[in-house]
Design a protein around this ligand. Structure first.
Ligand SMILES: [Zn+2]
Length: 619
């Protein structure tokens, strides 16, 4: 006799009921990974635990109170709890509690604020043989307030072994990823001092670069080491000691990287010198003559081939240098033709490339890519699209190499204009997601650009706001990409003047050139330049998850409409077509009625606006 498996039979093993939840508990990051949202494992682990507790409770009820006839009831209850717990995954980030370590990492603490960075000299040896980094970082700063102890960040498992000022050792103690340094010398306001931080160890290895920070230790096709750093979000203190907060950048930086003599290091800025050492190593000295954000600093170590060209741009000749694995040289010479194309398009839209003094580099790395300042890293396989995929499904996404265009675009929004707090990371990602369609428009026309940006809407989740939580190093929803890009595309429709829009984009890059900004500064700037109060607009798209609904009905010659499902005061002007004829209207929260030329007109909302439309009569 065959045994039929009945999930509601009381003899069904407990493991059956718990299996999906044990799975989620064991692999809490899988859901997050699929969503590519920058969440912390803490919140996903908590929601997984919540699923587990809810289900255990159901199982308890089942055994305690259930008779055969009510099994269907328990199945229904399970379904309800499951959907609630699935919902909990989305609300989990808002329930996240933050630790003192999050605050120390994410806020401008009293131990950070009194000193202003002027210069870093990072001087390290990178040893692929045992995956270690040892060296010093000399931190030069100007005193700008009453000195207290000094906060230096360095993440475990790396260890700070010595701190000195003017050759005098200083006392320090560790609190998690923070070191508290007791300064002994008087710190006169306005004067400049240095501390030398000696550190080392085995830095965290990134298993999922660039989404998970760390060092990537790989080998190339010939078995030679191929090493790179990636640390956005997790922070530069993952591999070197620094003031790991976005608000403060050094005015310049020297990066000295000692590597085995058969390899080379490519870091940011310009190569000043290569010094041969006695122990079969070489030291590459790279100098960055501009302010640089922490996560922009990088090392790329490998057996590189190099080629270069000069791009004649808005500020004159720009040195473009390309470093790739030797076997990829021919492929790169073809694919990297898109680098000067990118420069032409973005100089048109955003103004001059922001780091002429440091040059522009595209450097092959053993992971997908990252916007490292003046040394953009590349690992997109020398093919168009995002790993060969069109993220917009419009066809236009395969007309360009996503990593060359997107990551280089960050030279304007991320490296030149840098957000102070990762909660405002939309300033980086929304503008650069949007820049992809500007690139398409520059080469293939306005219609093509529009098809691209509208095509990316299917990737929007509206799961939580685009802005994150301030002062705890917690970013907002992954919607900062596609929804942010569509928010800016919508804004362009409102402004309805392409030259003005371009002048705002260029103005942002001129007026916030090489600056660290709060998101609100960008919002206010656009309001000011357009002469519109865009606060409700930004509240709606950055700080709320609802898509505004344009509600309307037609009665004879009358068109009645309003905005619904929106923040108070939301009054975005809108373009609609009335039986094929475009008109501009100003909906508000209350109903407005206007007279139309035609009777029973057919109403269509301009698809350039990221809104919903509802004909209240259902037609
Ligand atoms: Zn990006």
């Amino acid at each position: 006799m065959s045994h039929k498996f009945d999930p509601f039979n009381a003899s069904t093993p407990i493991a059956f009921y718990h299996f999906p939840f044990i799975f989620i508990l064991l692999f809490p990051r899988c859901g997050i990974w699929l969503r590519r949202a920058p969440l912390r494992s803490g919140s996903s682990l908590r929601s997984s635990t919540l699923y587990f507790c809810l289900y255990t409770f159901v199982f308890y009820l089942k055994n305690r109170y259930m008779n055969r006839s009510s099994r269907i009831g328990i199945a229904l209850l399970s379904c309800i709890l499951f959907s609630l717990s699935a919902e909990a995954q989305y609300i989990a980030p808002s329930l996240k509690t933050f630790t003192r370590q999050d605050t120390l990492r994410g806020s401008i603490t009293p131990e950070r604020i009194w000193w202003d960075l002027t210069y870093y000299h990072l001087d390290i040896s990178v040893n692929p043989e045992d995956s270690t980094i040892y060296g010093t970082n000399t931190v030069t700063y100007r005193v700008v307030g009453p000195a207290t102890r000094m906060q230096i960040d360095l993440q475990e498992p790396l260890i700070l072994t010595k701190v000195a000022q003017n050759d005098e050792p200083l006392k320090f103690k560790r609190e998690g990823n923070v070191y508290w340094i007791e300064i002994t010398e008087a710190q006169e306001p306005g004067k400049t001092y240095s501390v030398v931080l000696t550190y080392g160890g085995k830095p965290k290895i990134s298993s999922r670069p660039p989404w998970e920070g760390g060092i990537v230790w790989k080998n190339d096709s010939k078995g030679l080491p191929f090493v790179a750093s990636a640390c956005q979000g997790d922070g530069a203190s993952l591999w070197w000691p620094c003031k790991d907060h976005m608000y403060d950048e050094p005015d310049s930086m020297l990066i000295s990287v000692n590597v085995p003599e058969n390899l080379m290091d490519v870091s940011n800025g310009r190569l000043r010198s290569v010094v041969k050492q006695k122990n079969k190593t070489k030291t590459y000295n790279w100098f960055v003559s501009n302010p640089i954000n922490n996560y922009g600093v990088n090392i790329n170590i490998g057996d590189y081939a190099h080629f270069s060209e000069i791009y004649n741009g808005e500020k004159g000749p720009l040195d473009c240098d390309y470093y790739v694995m030797k076997e990829n040289l021919e492929k790169a010479k073809i694919q990297f033709k898109q680098a000067p194309m990118m420069l032409a398009a973005f100089e048109h839209w955003f103004g001059p490339y922001p780091f002429y003094e440091d040059g522009y580099k595209l450097v092959e790395a053993p992971y997908l890519g990252m916007e490292h300042q003046s040394s953009v890293t590349y690992g997109n396989g020398f093919k168009n699209g995002y790993r060969g995929i069109d993220l917009s499904s419009s066809g236009w996404g395969l007309k360009f190499d996503f990593i060359i265009i997107h990551e280089s675009g960050h030279e304007w929004f991320a490296n030149s204009i840098t957000d102070e707090d990762i909660a405002d990371m939309w300033v980086h990602e929304s503008f650069i997601n949007y820049s992809e369609n500007l690139y398409v428009e520059y080469y293939f026309g306005k219609e093509a650009g529009s098809e691209y940006v509208l095509g990316t809407r299917k990737n929007i989740r509206n799961d939580r706001p685009i802005t994150g939580i301030y002062d705890v190093n917690f970013g907002g929803s992954g919607d900062m990409y596609y929804k942010g890009g569509n928010m800016l595309h919508t804004l362009r429709q409102i402004i309805d003047d392409d030259e003005k829009w371009r002048s705002i984009l260029r103005g942002l890059n001129k007026d916030f050139y090489h600056q660290v900004v709060k998101g609100s500064q960008i919002e206010n700037y656009i309001s000011e330049k357009t002469g519109m109060n865009l606060k409700p607009f930004f509240d709606q798209y950055l700080r709320d998850v609802r898509i505004p609904v344009f509600e309307y009905f037609v009665k004879g010659n009358d068109l009645t409409f309003r905005w619904n499902n929106c923040v108070p005061g939301f009054n975005m002007p809108l373009k609609i077509s009335v039986s094929g004829k475009e008109i501009a209207i100003k909906p508000k929260a209350g109903f407005t009625t206007i007279k139309l030329d035609t009777e029973s007109a057919d109403i269509k909302v301009d698809p350039g606006y990221y809104v919903s439309t509802l004909n209240l009569t259902g037609k």
